[in-house]
Design a protein around this ligand. Structure first.
Ligand code: C2E
Ligand code: CA
Ligand code: CA
Length: 396
């Protein structure tokens, strides 16, 4: 109960602070279990929906007479009716929004009800089997309805304040030595309702002072993890936008962590477009960081607009081949050519080449054959919290 009150108050704060925007999409939730209704209502309000809850068919019929929602979430067995009745009603009204079935019945039955909806011409989302988490509901809607895909700045500020940002780690594997050389730290936000969220949900469009605070929080978390797991990390790569890297206080903090942890423990990953945005200042910051043993890595290489003349000026240690070239490089000749060109460019500039986004053994073997030095991707491991990463390193 206390947790629920706390959640309601968090959601209300989020609502209050969210700037006035276009009208909120309407969602109907139909279930005869009160607990499920309030759980789904809370989750959807947090995603910016206007929510109406129903527990019987006549009330929905009355509602549908006045307005058509964009989304209907429904249980299969309702008091005195069932999902088939409601699906037919929606079809008769030429409802063109999405329908999500939520049910504790067996998979085959839910699937069959879903196919009734599809036959009636309704846009059925892949169903959710009860019990499900708020995060699963959110994923379904982000993926299939494209709504509520980003949290607002207040969510990020609140997470910063409450220390709910954390780092997950994905290994970087030496392809010749076949051992873990280090890892990339990837930011996650632990949301009180939606669970663990990746940067696409909360970092898009973030810049300025807010991004600076995020980067400082990232450095704090990385340092805390290095100290909590003293023998785990040989080196950690941190993603950093140029604006943070060239900021005096951030660069100081980076150098301080590097000095305390010893040379060679930190790498800064920056995309090539970021890098080219302010070559002079980045050259200065990179030189300062290098004194403390921090290496620079150029991320998503091949997708931006690098000037090769400027590349010569930047003291980088690593080129990360964007995963769009890695995917399929085993079979697509053009991808292979690009991968090979980037590997050679890296080597000719005394840097190592890293292939990211390796998802299968064929692409891995192709990358190795093309002389790529380091590999990273789901094939080896997904990003995970320090304990999971420690298990991976132990067993590799
Ligand atoms: P990135 O730096 O290119 O990071 C790699 C992304 O690819 C990560 O997504 C990772 O989970 C994902 N990935 C790794 N292996 C595979 C694979 O085999 N297949 C596929 N499909 N994906 C793979 P994530 O964690 O969602 O991060 C997305 C982006 O958010 C990052 O792209 C980076 O640009 C940004 N980001 C992450 N952490 C931070 C941070 O601490 N600060 C800042 N400023 N940006 C961050
Ligand atoms: Ca990166
Ligand atoms: Ca990347």
């Amino acid at each position: 109960m206390v947790a629920r009150l706390l959640l309601v108050s968090i959601m209300k704060t989020i609502e209050r602070e969210r700037p006035a925007q276009e009208p909120r999409p309407l969602c109907y939730v139909v279930d005869d279990e009160k607990g499920i209704l309030s759980f789904v209502e809370l989750a959807l309000s947090g995603m910016g929906f206007e929510v109406r809850c129903f527990d019987d068919l006549p009330a929905i019929e009355a509602g549908l007479g006045q307005e058509l929602p964009r989304l209907v979430i429904m249980d299969i067995s309702l008091a005195g009716a069932d999902a088939v009745d409601l699906l037919r009603r929606l079809a008769a009204l030429r409802y063109d929004g999405a329908v999500l079935l939520i049910s504790g019945l067996d998979e085959a039955t839910i699937e069959q009800v879903g196919s009734v909806g599809r036959r009636l011409g309704l846009a059925m989302l892949p169903h959710l089997r009860k019990p499900f988490r708020g995060g699963e509901l959110r994923e379904r809607l982000v993926e299939h309805v494209g709504l509520g895909s980003t949290l607002g700045p207040p969510d990020l500020d609140q997470a910063l304040e409450e220390g709910r940002l954390e780092m997950w780690y994905q290994p970087k594997i030496g392809l010749r030595e076949r051992r873990v050389l280090g890892c990339e730290a990837l930011l996650r936000l632990r949301h009180p309702f939606f669970g663990v969220l990746g940067p696409d949900s909360f970092l898009r469009g973030v810049g300025g002072e807010r991004m600076r605070r995020v980067t400082l929080a990232v450095l704090d978390r990385v340092e805390a993890d290095l100290e909590a797991w003293p023998d785990l990390f040989s080196s950690i790569a941190i993603n950093m936008p140029a604006s943070s890297f060239v900021d005096g206080a951030v660069c100081e903090r980076l150098c301080e962590v590097a000095r305390r942890q010893g040379a060679g423990r930190l790498v800064v990953e920056m995309t090539e477009d970021e890098l080219m945005s302010d070559v002079e200042s980045i050259f200065l910051a990179a030189t300062k960081a290098r004194i403390y043993g921090v290496e620079l890595s150029i991320d998503d290489f091949g997708t931006g607009f690098t000037s090769l003349a400027l590349l010569r000026e930047i003291p980088f240690a690593e080129l990360k081949i964007d995963r769009c070239f890695v995917k399929g490089c085993a079979v697509v000749p053009k991808e292979r050519t690009i991968v090979k060109a980037i590997v050679d460019l890296a080597h000719n500039l005394s840097a190592r080449a890293v292939g990211e986004g390796i998802e299968n053994v064929e692409d891995l073997e192709a990358l190795s054959g093309l002389g790529c030095d380091v590999g990273q991707g789901f094939f080896f491991a997904r990003p995970q919290p320090p304990a999971g990463y420690a298990g991976f390193v132990r067993d590799f």
